[in-house]
Ligand binder design. Structure first.
Ligand code: DDH
Length: 305
């Protein structure tokens, strides 16, 4: 079973490009957010957390989760501890939702992930419209990964439960070139203090956390990572105070995943080529788009905006 996307979508690719532009302008507007990282990484994480609740794989009779219903907007799913700090990502998209009230939250949040990857210099991600907002009975909790675990756990979630290949799995986790981990959620523009807690982990993975690159793999392989001495959860650090989660280190502790890390560390183009369809697949888990067309959006730069 799959959830069926709206077929006769009355909006055109041009309309969705307008939404893309509005999201991209929000990223530009608030570029000082989170220590001048901006909202790009948070929007990628929002799209992933909305989609990564999927229990399938496609074709199995009892699917649940996924991006279709936009259910991360609902308090039940938003308050899953795995979604800590994502209220900020939803905050920055609310003006876009007001301007384009016809778009569903599932479409808006997935399009925001696509926009953020592209605006941060990543590959073009094909995207399809047609998700419909669903109610709280479709909200999904407890399905997102626990960062303290190992490679077999990652396989059990991504390969067995969501239907990704191991290659797609390793490519997706390369998104950790972006953003950072937070003990406290970053302070919102205009506010004076943090509105909530983060994951409890701390630090950035790379020195350029708002550029989409293969740096995550290169650092994972080439740097020396040691356990961080602190009161927080077990994590790794290098001499430059960059960080890795236990699940990140798992990618080089496992022989077959490590091969892919080596490949992506050497070849950013190959990483981009594999990431783009894997991210599209993530955003579409459990959805039957029927004949809906795949759109590819222009960046603001490409439009001279
Ligand atoms: Fe992640 N991620 N992620 N992640 N993730 C965190 C931040 C970001 C795990 C744990 C964490 C993916 C996979 C995994 C991004 C994208 C993606 C944080 C820190 C934790 C913890 C949150 C905070 O404190 O604010 C684990 C575990 C996994 C796993 O696979 C086992 C994937 C697949 C993606 C993706 O996008 C495809 C991004 C981006 C961030 C940075 C967010 C920010 O605000 O900055």
């Amino acid at each position: 079973a799959t959830l069926n996307a709206a077929l006769s979508d009355s909006h055109s690719e041009k309309d969705y490009q307008q939404v893309y532009n509005a999201i991209a302008n929000q990223i530009r507007e608030y570029d000082e957010y989170d220590g001048a990282i901006g909202f790009g990484p948070a929007l990628v994480r929002l799209a992933w957390h909305l989609s990564g609740t999927f229990v399938g794989p496609v074709g199995c009779p009892h699917i649940s989760g996924g991006s279709f219903g936009g259910t991360i907007r609902l308090p039940k799913e938003a308050s899953d501890p795995a979604n800590n700090a994502l209220e900020n990502a939803r905050w920055v998209l609310e003006p876009v939702k007001k301007q384009f009230s016809w778009i569903s939250y599932g479409d808006l949040y997935t399009l925001a992930g696509v926009t953020a990857v592209q605006e941060m210099g990543g590959p073009k991600i094909g995207w399809r419209a047609g998700r419909k907002d669903l109610g709280v009975e479709y909200a999904s909790t407890g399905k997102l990964p626990d960062a303290s675990r190992d490679a077999d756990y990652i396989r059990s979630l991504f390969v067995k439960r969501m239907g990704f290949t191991e290659r797609e799995t390793v490519a997706l986790i390369g998104a950790h070139a972006l953003g950072s981990c937070h003990v406290q959620a970053p302070v919102l523009p205009g506010a004076t203090k943090s509105q909530g807690v983060g994951s409890g982990y701390t630090g950035r993975w790379t020195a350029a956390p708002n550029f989409f690159t293969n740096e995550f793999y290169r650092l994972l392989l080439e740097d020396k990572w040691t356990p961080k001495k602190w009161d927080g959860p077990f994590q790794y650090e290098n001499k430059d105070e960059l960080m890795m989660l236990p699940t990140d280190m798992a990618l080089v502790q496992d022989a077959s995943m490590k091969k892919l890390v080596v490949e992506y560390a050497k070849d950013q183009e190959k990483f981009f080529k594999d990431f783009a369809p894997a991210f599209k697949k993530l955003l579409e888990l459990g959805i039957d788009f029927k004949g809906n067309k795949t759109y590819e959006f222009k960046t603001l730069d490409e439009q001279d905006l």
